[in-house]
Design a protein around this ligand. Structure first.
Ligand SMILES: N[C@@H](CCC(=O)N[C@@H](CS)C(=O)NCC(=O)O)C(=O)O
Length: 230
């Protein structure tokens, strides 16, 4: 069966799934579904008009967490979620923290870098974002402290899928990991940055962003959907 990921290199949630597929060693076709010409095709697959959507033969799966969970059910080798139930609960909690708290903060700061806008970011946005992110890092640092290094659940999996894209974007948007306060978060991120799957993901997105001005992707109407709304 052919796996197809309807994603986009600009979507953090689609990148989460692409990384998951690659960590599992599954081959897949990648379709950028956020181009205007693919809008109706995407609407049929997901009426919320969001990526990622994964098709596996006739099966359609939407929402990054559900997709990663599906991949582990269907292809149990190289699991992304830990096996022990307590570990799984912990990994999911930190996946959710990335999806529902970290992503919206970083995305709010990102608009003045890739979108077509004439205004300036509101005063204090970056400082407030950094403060909120530091709170999350504090929580993450304390969790990572007692876990195996460099991979808190033994191998890279759902946690890294969920956090990587936004960690990698921080510097571009004027945000940072304070390495004095959060050295374990810093080392964990460094381990991802040297892992071939994460390197390939970062390169795909960098190449895409270089071309974005010449592409047809929507850059005026902002992305309101997904966890940023919920
Ligand atoms: N909860 C969803 C969130 C998906 C989501 O927010 N996707 C955004 C891109 S990162 C999207 O497709 N937005 C399209 C739009 O708003 O037009 C998931 O985890 O997959």
């Amino acid at each position: 069966m052919t796996i197809c990921l309807y994603g986009s290199p600009i979507s953090t949630f689609a990148r989460k799934v692409a990384i998951g597929l690659e960590l599992k060693g599954l081959s897949y076709d990648l379709v950028d579904a956020l181009t205007p010409d693919r809008r109706e095709q995407l609407r049929k697959l997901n009426p919320r008009l969001e990526v990622p959507v994964l098709t596996d033969g006739d099966l359609v799966v939407v929402n990054s967490s559900d997709i990663l969970q599906y991949l582990d059910w269907r292809y149990p080798e190289q699991p992304l979620y830990p096996t022990a139930i307590e570990e799984r609960v912990l990994a999911r909690a930190f996946e959710r923290l990335a999806d529902q708290r970290f992503d919206p903060i970083v995305v709010d700061c990102s608009y003045w870098h890739w979108a077509e806008r004439e205004d300036e970011p509101p005063a204090g946005l970056l400082a407030a974002a950094q403060r909120d992110i530091d709170e999350l890092f504090d929580h993450l640092e304390r969790m990572l402290l007692s876990r195996p290094k460099p991979w808190p659940f033994g191998e890279p999996g759902v946690l890294e899928c969920a956090w990587f894209a936004n960690l990698a974007a921080l510097r571009t948007f004027g945000l940072a990991i304070d390495l004095q306060r959060f050295p374990i978060v810093g080392n964990w991120f460094r381990a991802m940055r040297t892992h071939p799957v994460f390197v390939a993901d970062a390169q795909r997105t960098a190449a895409f962003l270089k071309e974005l001005k010449h592409l047809t992707h929507e850059r005026k109407r902002l992305f309101w959907s997904g966890d940023r709304m919920e």
